[in-house]
Design a protein around this ligand. Structure first.
Ligand SMILES: *Cc1c(COP(=O)(O)O)cnc(C)c1O
Length: 420
């Protein structure tokens, strides 16, 4: 770990206060040009006594705007203090967790995983257009059938064709034979450039795609491609539960990663993270964004600096060992649940390094779906799976109540079923 460590409450408070001092202070400084200010004082009283010991909330009230991208070129000077904290967050993620070389990446805290994924696909589309004179209909998006719906959304917005790779029902692994057929037929249909999205934790199953499946087939067929990792779900789990993970920037074929802090890290909503290798993000420079100092390389435009500070707070409260411990606990609870299912001969999918268990729907009586807020794969009668996500608030006590309930419901069903 280069940057990431645990800090005391006092150290955290001092770091944030220093950052806020380096930002413009709308209460004291004469700042005339921005359509921005601190939060309306009539509504959000900045003298409220509880704010004194709550530096993240102080940042919300100060309301810094982190518009633009702060790992490259110049940035809006008014918010340089909290922008530096955003760079600290990105460094922990890119270098300490996803093993990039220092200063070899660009990135920002996006409104969410959806925006970060669209940013990635936009960036690669333009990369192929700028460097290869590609036409949009020569570019294809490739991702598995379990991929998050932000990828079809990106395909729709960016007018790109998308090919969906089937997965095996039980293992949720990519069907490599189908992938190869699909690449060959895409090539026949005039596709020359491929934007690949490989999942680190699918939303429904927590399945981890193997990026090498994509890499080896694309290279076998000598196809031009760029590879994005969607770690919105698994980015704060998998690298910690699987110390041998090689899905990171040490693999030269991986060029960008999406990570959601507002899922497993329990940060406030509005904290997706986008990180890419240097030399790529320039492809989405909007030259017309002339009023923004340093110009804008992001999809979203204005965004809250307080979100960066909130993520920083979580990372530096836990530190790397504290976070590993938290993931360990979730893993142990997930193991416990799987042992119960095994004992009951109930079939489920779980990646051994993830905290999601997805059970075949036929084992789950309907009454329990609503009672325990289980999430179905599809909200109609074709549903085949329910998922259970072992978060901080899901304790073994809750799981054991659920298991007891499941046992008695199944038992009652068996007794009332007609004898054969
Ligand atoms: C949740 C999720 C997203 C999108 O995230 P939002 O933060 O809801 O925009 C993208 N990919 C995966 C795999 C996800 O689980």
């Amino acid at each position: 770990m280069i940057t990431w460590k645990k800090l005391t409450q006092k150290e955290r408070q001092q770091r944030i206060e220093k950052a806020l001092e380096e930002n413009v202070n709308f209460a004291h400084d004469a700042s005339l040009g921005y359509p921005a200010s601190k939060l309306d004082n009539k509504v959000f009283n900045s003298d409220a006594p509880f704010l004194k010991d709550a530096p993240t909330l102080q940042t919300y009230v100060a309301n810094p705007n982190h518009i633009g991208c702060h790992t490259i070129g110049s940035s809006e000077k008014a918010f340089s203090g909290t922008q530096e904290m955003e760079r600290e967050v990105l460094k922990v993620l890119a270098v300490d967790i996803f093993k990039a070389e220092a200063d070899s990446y660009d990135g920002y805290i996006a409104p969410g995983g959806t925006e970060a994924n669209i940013q990635a696909i936009w960036m690669y589309r333009n990369y192929f257009m700028n460097h290869f004179q590609a036409k949009p209909d020569e570019i294809a998006i490739i991702a598995s059938e379990d991929t998050h719906y932000s990828i079809p959304k990106a395909a729709n917005l960016l007018l790109l064709d998308r090919y969906s790779v089937p997965v095996h029902f039980d293992t949720r692994e990519l069907d490599n034979a189908a992938l190869e057929n699909l690449l060959v037929s895409a090539k026949t249909n005039g596709k020359k450039y491929f934007i690949v999205v490989s999942n680190m934790g699918t939303t429904m199953f927590g399945a981890i795609d193997n990026p090498d499946d994509y890499i080896s087939l694309l290279e076998k067929h000598q196809l031009e491609y760029q590879l994005h990792i969607d770690a919105a779900y698994g980015g704060f789990v998998y690298p910690f539960s699987n110390k041998d993970s090689v899905i990171n920037f040490e693999n030269p074929k991986i060029s960008s990663i999406t990570i959601d802090a507002h899922k497993m890290l329990q940060a406030p909503y509005g904290t997706g993270v986008f990180i890419c290798r240097k030399g790529l993000i320039e492809n989405v420079l909007t030259k017309e964004a002339e009023y923004v100092e340093g110009m804008d390389l992001t999809l979203c435009g204005s965004r809250s600096g307080a979100n960066a500070v909130a993520v920083w707070m979580i990372l530096f409260t836990y530190g790397p060992f504290g976070w590993c411990e938290k993931i360990r606990v979730l893993q142990m609870r997930t193991d416990w649940l799987c042992e119960q299912f095994d004992a009951m001969n109930i079939k489920y999918f779980r990646d051994p390094n993830m905290n999601i268990v997805t059970v075949e729907a036929k084992y789950i009586p309907h009454v329990l779906e609503a009672k325990y807020d289980l999430v179905p794969q599809k909200h109609d009668e074709t549903n085949e799976w329910y998922k259970i996500v072992i978060m901080d608030h899901v304790e073994v006590d809750h799981l054991s109540t659920f298991i007891a309930d499941l046992k008695s419901t199944l038992h009652a069903e068996k007794r009332t079923a007609p004898q054969v």
